[in-house]
Design a protein around this ligand. Sequence first.
Ligand SMILES: *Cc1c(COP(=O)(O)O)cnc(C)c1O
Length: 344
Amino acid sequence: MTTGMIDLRSDTVTRPTPGMLAAMSRADTGDDVYGEDPTVMALEERVADLLGHEAALFTVSGSLANILGVRALVRAGQELLCEERAHVVRAELGAHAAWHGVTTRTWRHPDGLIDLEALRSLMVPDAGPYLVSTAAIAVENTHNFAGGTVHPLADVAALRELVAGTGVRLHLDGARLWNAQVATGVPARDCAQHFDTVAVCLSKGLGAPVGSLLAGSADIVAEARVWRKRLGAGWRQAGVLAAAGLYALDHHIDRLGEDHAHARSIAATIADVDPSVVDPERVQTNIVLLRLGERAGHVVEQAGAEGVLAGIVAPGVVRLITHLDVSRDAAERAGTVLARAIKG
Ligand SMILES: *Cc1c(COP(=O)(O)O)cnc(C)c1O
């Protein structure tokens, strides 16, 4: 990216801060395939504790954490249920099917949330010799392609109750669970405890250059460690990356509130010129969806020419994501540029 650009395409575009780079250069390391990297082990313990699970595994990407988590819950030929726009079915290139024979069916919720009624009719545990058996349900909190929406804790508890005694297990794609925690004040653990496996990212709003974790029971995580290596993703002195993650957990969680305020202010500036495009009241975290219809391509091009980068995530839908590298001034400028492009 050219300097001076305001990049709202994703919160994955952040660069490590000087403080983070210093922490990385000080990291104590060892060979993680031998289980000897003290910084990786410290990160895994820290995240397991934050999520209220027995153990956690450090992975190169959130997709890999999801792949290993779902694999632990769903056998080849069984199914995973998830919302229609979930990252696990839209943005992981069919990995769950390609590697592990997992089939999927989906429900649709306008905000990407849990629909208990739909799930009651979709879910078929132990289906026998004719229908596909449901092995697990995946929930995404916050929901990326639905616009950074947060799941009410009561819905999650009700989902846990729905599957109780059925053998159906629950996976949480919590790539932005920290954003949900900051937006609601509900600790990540309170949501995560309802799930059998939980994936979280350090490389989104938390600003680490690389890294995600899968949390779960000690057995599940031990097995995921084997499968991670089997997929070719065991790593050696990964402590330099784990140090960035620990630094991010120490310094970059509480500040997510700033990203949320910036997202809301950009949405408000845009709604001032065209309220049909976005409702700022509905912006819950760091993601803003602009419903632009035919104008989407033109607006993205025009804003890009003025130094503001945005992405199209569905036909006519532009997504903006605020993050660590978008200052308050930059957010203001982005709002002005986008509003001008939309006004035309
Ligand atoms: C970004 C993201 C992931 C993981 O993405 P990677 O690029 O593989 O790290 C998983 N789930 C959601 C909802 C995401 O937004």
